[in-house]
Ligand binder design. Structure first.
Ligand code: MN
Ligand code: MN
Length: 421
């Protein structure tokens, strides 16, 4: 594609003078990024390429423009045609049922979302997500309320667990399961290890048995065929069930001679100590090393204080699929070839950062920003700018960036995770 004034990157000279200006600020990372959010830029380094605030005399959707200032008035460092890397659940079709709802973001909505599809589901009090299974593995994060989950593996190990906010579950592909809200109802995020997954095309018990010859079903359930007339002709999907029985009673019923599952289906993510506990926030990492059954989804939960930055980093092993739980922020992705794009994110948004592309996330709101990072992998992996640069000869780095080498000599070798606020 021929470069146009809009897609051209900043000139080499302006990049260098900018780097020098950044070096005069706080070491390496924060000052170039601590610019433009919703308010107009305040210094020369926070301007877009044209160095002016764009006007829009015929506003088509001023509310959206205001919500996404980095799109309408991108920072100076953005350039080129970088594929959209966000999609809000708010734009997803919501399947509304009598006892809850579900909406999804898949590769059909967000082209980059090829490794993972996500579902946001609400169950009203005593709402049940119908007994089912699917080909993809299912990882989940409980957002609000409490639920009881059941699963049975192919060796007959059965599991019944109650989950609360911050808990995870993982059901490998083919493992049948159910989710049942308690008297308070609940909401959760489901993540599937296949971007083309559809939550509205799973193997539901009513749908399956309705589409099996009745004499076959009757033989299995040891009943008269007439008794099967009450099986609903259409799936229930999400419906109101009976109040929950005691967990002990359900567990007793589930326990066979095989005993409980050797590897638990659930994990209390938010009860574990943060892997990074900084002034700017915390990061908790959970992959199959801790949550052994989750062999196809690795994850991190990140909380950023206002103004804090999840440091410039990349993930060598997999694409990152993000879900924003609370707050607002922005991130810039550099795709190589002088191309970069900044986008704003709000609670309920999904983001995808492709494998090995460097990015940062900055809290641009006045409350905590909380989000999840998910990877189709059995392990979590990242590498950061500072981790890299701090291990090199300061002179080698200074030769590249035309800066004073002492800046790099003082960088801590320990991975920051989150930069000091
Ligand atoms: Mn499921
Ligand atoms: Mn990341």
């Amino acid at each position: 594609m021929e470069p146009t004034p809009q897609t051209e990157g900043p000139s080499r000279r302006s990049v260098l003078s900018r780097a020098a200006a950044v070096a005069a600020g706080t070491a390496f990372a924060s000052s170039a990024l601590a610019q433009q959010s919703a308010s107009p830029p305040s210094d020369a380094h926070s301007q877009n390429e044209a160095n002016k605030t764009p006007t829009d005399p015929f506003p088509k959707n001023p509310e959206l423009d205001q919500m996404f200032p980095s799109s309408f008035n991108p920072p100076y460092s953005d350039a080129g045609d970088v594929t959209t890397f966000k999609y809000p659940f708010s734009l997803g079709h919501n399947r509304v049922e009598s006892a809850g709802w579900a909406r999804q973001v898949t590769a059909r909505d967000l082209v980059l979302s090829k490794d993972i599809a996500g579902v946001n589901m609400r169950l009203e009090p005593f709402g049940i997500r119908e007994l089912h299974w699917h080909v993809a593995g299912e990882w989940a994060f409980m957002l609000q309320g409490n639920a009881r989950v059941t699963a049975v593996d192919s060796d007959g190990h059965a599991s019944v667990d109650d989950v609360s906010p911050g808990d995870l579950w993982f059901f490998p592909g083919g493992v049948p399961h159910s989710i049942q809200a308690d008297a308070g109802g609940c909401e959760f995020l489901l993540v599937f290890d296949d971007g083309n997954f559809s939550e509205f095309n799973t193997f539901l018990i009513t749908d399956w048995l309705h589409h099996t010859p009745p004499e076959v079903v009757a033989k299995h359930l040891d009943v008269d065929e007439k008794a099967l007339k009450s099986i609903p002709p259409k799936d229930l999907y999400i419906f109101t069930g009976s109040p929950l029985q005691s967990l002990d009673a359900d567990r007793k019923r589930a326990l066979g001679p095989e005993g409980p599952p050797k590897i638990p289906f659930i994990f209390h993510m938010m009860q574990q100590k943060p892997d990074f506990d900084r002034k700017g926030g915390q990061i908790r990492i959970v992959d199959s090393k801790k949550f052994n059954i989750s062999t196809s989804v690795a994850s991190a939960h990140v909380r950023l204080r206002p103004g804090a930055i999840r440091e410039l980093h990349w993930h060598p092993n997999a694409d990152e699929w993000q879900f924003f739980i609370k707050g607002r922020g922005r991130q810039t992705v550099f795709t190589g070839g002088a191309k970069a794009r900044t986008m704003d994110f709000h609670a309920g948004d999904v983001g995808v950062i492709q494998r090995s592309l460097p990015h940062y996330i900055q809290n641009t709101g006045d409350a905590d920003l909380e989000f999840l990072e998910m990877f189709k992998s059995d392990f979590y992996q990242d590498l950061s700018l500072n981790q890299w640069v701090s291990r090199l000869s300061p002179q080698l780095v200074a030769d590249h960036l035309k800066m004073d080498g002492s800046v790099f000599a003082n960088l801590p070798k320990e991975k920051a995770g989150i930069l000091p606020v």
